[in-house]
Design a protein around this ligand. Structure first.
Ligand SMILES: [Zn+2]
Length: 398
């Protein structure tokens, strides 16, 4: 229920001040005007602080969605890196297998080579030793084969078999080279993925720091705003007490005016008495006249109705969002359930203050209007609207 107050209080107090007689209240009125001006400056600072907070919140929001995007990228990179690791492990196993096959092929080839040498040695043992030496002195298998081609006696079968073994060994060696190359390619991709991951992680760190810095600035601005709100609150209290002072000055001035009027009438009456009778009972006749005057000025003194506070402006509000904004439907500023016929809002007096207005006692339970403007709670917005705006004498009930 406090919300509407922020906005209406300025208007309301301006109207109330307008109702104060300028002849009696000019010095106080000047103070009120000055206080109102200061309050407006504070409110404009609050509004500036809010703009700053909004801008920071917006930037923070952008950074947060960027951070979300980066975290998504990082997740994807981690997944792809895991996939590469799996591929690398598979390739490593394949390489182990190929290398094992290569060892076997080399062994088969060497075995065949040895078998052939033995057979050739046997074949030529007793004939031409120069051939044997020629074969046995070959530096490599290919040299051996090229020499063997020319030897008619060399078994065709042996030769083909050795060539087959050699071919198998070369194929496997080729396969090994290919697998090693594939493994290196995977490693290259892993390095790229790790680099990208490091890059994204750095961006995440930077963005996170940026968000934290925005949050710090927001907290700072919010704290400044809270200080300003407290200052506005204090200023409202100051304004309320100045308005109360102006009201009291107005009542005192009325009283003085009435007293002057009474004295004029008294003087006139005394004059008339003197004119009509030559007696000396003038002073005894004055006493009842004085009493009569006091009784008739109940408006300006402390009567059975309570202490007269002055002519206040009356309006009405309800619990709707038009009247109360975001506070709509909630409790009053003092925590009570707003009740028609009892609840009123007004600043400058403590909660629970009883006000007598048009013969009915209301209790101040809510805030939002300045001192001198009573906002009366209604059950519906149409009732509040129908009430309109009026002025009435207000008494403080002790
Ligand atoms: Zn309403």
């Amino acid at each position: 229920m406090k919300m509407k107050k922020m906005l209406s209080a300025v208007l309301a107090s301006a109207l109330v001040i307008g109702s104060v007689n300028p002849c009696f209240a000019s010095a106080t009125q000047q103070k009120i005007d000055e206080a109102q001006k200061q309050k407006q400056e504070m409110e404009s600072s609050i509004s500036e602080a809010q703009d700053k907070i909004d801008a920071l919140e917006s930037k923070k929001g952008q950074s947060e969605s960027y951070l979300e995007d980066l975290n998504g990228q990082l997740e994807e990179l981690k997944n792809s890196l895991q996939k590469l690791q799996d591929e690398y492990d598979d390739k490593q196993a394949e390489l182990g297998q190929v290398q094992k096959e290569l060892e076997e092929a080399k062994a088969s080839e060497a075995q065949q080579y040895n078998d052939m040498k033995i057979r050739i040695q046997y074949m030529y043992e007793n004939s031409s030793t120069s051939y044997v030496e020629m074969f046995l002195s070959a530096d490599s298998i290919s040299e051996f084969l090229s020499r063997a081609v020319n030897i008619a006696q060399l078994s065709e079968y042996d030769r083909e078999l050795l060539e087959e073994y050699q071919e198998t060994r070369e194929q496997i060696a080729e396969k090994e080279k290919q697998v090693i190359q594939e493994k290196e390619e995977i490693q290259e991709l892993q390095i790229q993925s790790q680099d990208k991951q490091a890059e994204v992680s750095e961006l995440i760190e930077a963005t996170y720091n940026e968000i934290r810095s925005y949050q710090d600035s927001i907290s700072q601005a919010q704290s400044e705003q809270a200080d300003l709100l407290a200052e506005v609150s204090a200023q409202e209290e100051e304004i309320n007490s100045l308005i109360r002072q102006a009201k009291e000055e107005e009542i005192a001035a009325q009283k003085a005016e009435e007293e002057a009027q009474r004295q004029r009438e008294e003087a006139e009456a005394a004059q008339n008495q003197q004119n009509s009778s030559s007696g000396t009972g003038g002073s005894t006749a004055q006493t009842p006249a004085q009493d009569e005057t006091q009784d008739s000025t109940g408006d300006s003194g402390n009567s059975s109705q309570g202490k007269y506070l002055g002519k206040f402006r009356l309006t009405s509000y309800c619990a709707c969002s038009i009247c109360c904004g975001s506070w709509s439907g909630g409790p009053t500023a003092s925590g009570t359930v707003p009740t028609a016929g009892r609840t009123v809002a007004m600043g400058g007096v403590p909660f629970g203050t009883k006000l007598l207005i048009n013969g009915h006692i209301y209790i101040v339970e809510d805030r939002g209007t300045a001192y001198g403007h009573v906002d009366i709670f209604s059950n519906s917005h149409s009732e509040a609207l129908a009430f309109g705006s009026k002025y009435a004498d207000v008494y403080l009930v002790e």
